[in-house]
Ligand binder design. Structure first.
Ligand SMILES: [Zn+2]
Length: 451
């Protein structure tokens, strides 16, 4: 049995001292030694011979604020055969994350305070990552009746984001009511943009490749029509709307349009929509099925530019574990979704930093600071500075490794990057002074949680 903390506050910060030796904050300047005391950064220029209860060798690598992912699926409760809060937290720690937001499409649906609190407490008891539950917008994800945003927001889990992700809140009147309600509670609505009447039976991006293969196509307009509609609703009713996994050129244009008008809309992009395209359909491998589908090269180019320009605010993985029986089957029967937590940083760094398009400060912005601003999460996404919580990630910017689903901490293996070579790797992760990942391997859970 798990021993739950007594209060709804965060799990304990580490007590004592931790010295992270030889790291370069944001990859800038000379390497320094970072001293952490009782979970807080105490000194950014400690002497090399400083004594500490625990010492981590940073190896001259890059020090970033702990990464934050506002879109994951940890599958608990209900599908613990594919992922649990424990295995998902370990995957997060190995990916450099110190906080994740886990979506509401669990079984039962995360639509009540009691379920939100059980997820939150369990994440804290495991202690490898702060696991923030996302509440559903509608009861049972049925799209008909709103959940009690206020009760979930005021619960111990302090739910800050609501989403029916996996499904779209397609009824415009329900979405309008949700936006009005969210405004009063000051919570974020995250929309999975998919007009279901345009995607019935669709399994792949509607384009040349799906047509050749005889696969039913998922048109861009199915996504963009909802982005446009929700921009207009946010304009008129003032709630904060966040676009999950933007995947098309048109979505980028619509978010640009909304932001230019001061509409409170933000957007995320997944690593897979930045680098993979629908040419992968020829493999017929179910691991490439995802929702929204992999698009075309010019979509990926537009998404990368939009992330650099700040039109798209942040990276979120949409980490979606599935069992092999759900993926190793006919393409149209494969469940949509891909693992993402353990490859995200490598993809972003390899695509943007190693190519000279961006620097580590920018990585900290799109993978840590901006996600926290969007969700209004305190304690994470903070600058690396004395007095700040020690939520930190050490990254090796020059380390070649090969992705392997079997080697990942996630309980599932559905990575689309199997066998792919990456050149950036997370070395250590620290959560409020606790070492949650050391030399690329997640630490043991704080309590004996079920695996
Ligand atoms: Zn989604």
């Amino acid at each position: 049995m798990i021993e739950y903390p007594e209060t709804g506050t965060l799990g304990p910060a580490a007590t004592g001292t931790l010295l992270i030796r030889n790291v370069r904050p944001y990859g800038e300047g000379e390497a320094v030694n970072v001293l952490v005391q009782d979970g807080v950064i105490a000194d950014l220029d400690a002497a090399a011979d400083t004594t500490a209860d625990r010492v981590l060798d940073g190896g001259g690598n890059v020090l970033l604020p702990g990464l934050v992912d506002i879109h994951v699926h940890l599958r608990e409760p209900g599908r613990e055969d594919t992922e649990t809060i424990a295995t998902g937290s370990a995957a997060a720690a190995q990916g450099g994350f110190t906080a994740v937001f886990t979506m509401a499409n669990t079984q039962p649906v995360l639509d009540q305070p009691v379920i939100a609190e059980s997820v939150w407490y369990k994440g804290q008891a495991i202690g490898l990552c702060d696991v923030h539950p996302v509440g559903s917008i509608t009861k049972g994800l049925a799209g008909k009746e709103l959940t009690e945003f206020g009760m979930m927001a005021q619960s111990a889990a302090k739910v800050r984001m609501f989403s029916d992700d996996g499904k779209c809140v397609d009824n415009p009147q329900i979405m309008r009511r949700a936006i009005e309600y969210s405004r009063g509670q000051d919570v974020l609505l995250a929309q999975h943009c998919e007009e279901p009447r345009l995607t019935e039976g669709a399994v792949a991006h509607e384009g040349e490749h799906a047509a050749r293969l005889g696969l039913r196509g998922w048109p861009r307009a199915a996504e963009e029509s909802i982005v446009a509609r929700d921009a207009l609703l946010a304009r008129d009713y003032g709630g904060r709307v966040h676009i999950c996994h933007a995947s098309t050129v048109g979505s980028v244009e619509l978010v640009t349009w909304a932001k230019e008008r001061g509409i409170p809309m933000t957007a995320e992009v997944t690593p897979h929509h930045l680098i993979l395209t629908d040419e992968r359909l020829y493999s017929y491998d179910g691991v490439n099925r995802v929702n929204p589908p992999l698009r075309e090269t010019h979509d990926t180019v537009a998404l990368r530019q939009a992330l650099l320009d700040g039109v798209i605010d942040c990276v979120a993985t949409d980490h979606a574990p599935h069992g092999s029986e759900e993926k190793c089957c006919e393409f149209e029967h494969a469940r949509p979704g891909m693992l993402g937590l353990e490859t995200s940083l490598a993809i972003i760094a390899d695509t943007f930093v190693r190519t000279g398009l961006a620097d580590w400060r920018w990585v900290a912005k799109v993978m840590s600071e901006r996600p926290c601003e969007i969700v209004r999460l305190p304690g994470h996404g903070r600058p690396i500075a004395v007095g700040e919580p020690a939520n930190l990630t050490v990254v090796d910017p020059d380390c070649t490794w090969v992705a392997s689903g079997e080697a990942m901490a996630s309980k599932s293996e559905n990575t689309p990057y199997e066998g792919m070579e990456f050149h950036t790797k997370v070395v250590h992760t620290v959560l409020r002074g606790h070492v949650t990942c050391e030399h690329g391997t997640a630490s043991a859970p704080r309590t004996e949680a079920q695996q």
